[in-house]
Design a protein around this ligand. Structure first.
Ligand code: HEM
Length: 184
């Protein structure tokens, strides 16, 4: 379980917050990412303007071959050169969730080539996917995605987003906020 605490102080300084689609999140100047679940009584949480929570989980769409390709090249978050990061919370529409697993896999991998496109940007970009919908359908987002990279790789990261956001999968994204971070 990871918590993303937005507020006026924290490990990461917010360099930009852009609402791509749907309702914005209140503006914050800093974000802390912690491997815990906070309650309202925790000191850190009391100073937060908002908290997003998500859990890492098993993969649902990758094939064995894709998994092996990912494992061969992907790097962990927190490399010393990774002084830039992005937190991008995403919600998908009810029509996405009404699809069957094989229909979703066809859109994500077959039609949109999400994994194939993403692989081209590894190992420069490190990532972690957090599932919020597994906690409750009432969470404000279905996923919190986290990426970190060297500041020189921000252009490549923007190119990656451009490719994914114009794919059929993104027609199902109905809330997305793109938050860029630098180590404070
Ligand atoms: C850095 C390169 C990337 C790679 C290698 C990558 C890879 C993957 C893989 C393998 C999955 C499927 C996990 C599963 O089987 O359950 C996935 C899911 C996902 N990715 Fe990416 N990805 C990348 C970049 C991105 C970016 C830039 C975004 C957008 C902000 C993004 C958003 C998501 C979301 C929201 C899911 C969950 C989709 C769902 O379950 O409906 N990914 N990604």
């Amino acid at each position: 379980m990871f918590s993303f605490l937005g507020g006026n102080a924290g490990t990461w300084r917010v360099t930009s917050m852009t609402t791509i689609v749907g309702e914005p999140l209140p503006a914050v100047s800093h974000i802390s990412i912690v491997a815990e679940s906070f309650t309202g009584s925790d000191d850190l949480a009391r100073h937060a303007i908002w908290i997003l929570r998500g859990i890492t989980s098993n993969e649902r769409y990758v094939t064995r071959a894709e998994k092996e390709q990912l494992v061969a090249v992907q790097q962990d978050l927190g490399r010393k050169e990774s002084t830039s990061a992005a937190v991008i919370p995403i919600r998908k529409s009810l029509s996405w969730w009404a699809l069957t697993q094989d229909e979703r896999r066809d859109i994500l991998a077959g039609q949109s080539r999400h994994v194939r496109i993403g692989l081209q940007y590894l190992p420069a970009i490190a990532r972690r996917l957090h599932h919020c919908r597994d906690l409750s359908e009432k969470e404000p987002f279905d996923f919190v995605t986290l990426f970190d990279y060297a500041s020189d790789d921000e252009k490549a990261f923007n190119q990656l987003l451009q490719e994914l956001r114009t794919s059929p999968e993104w027609e199902y994204v109905d809330r997305e906020v793109d938050i860029r971070l630098a180590l404070s």
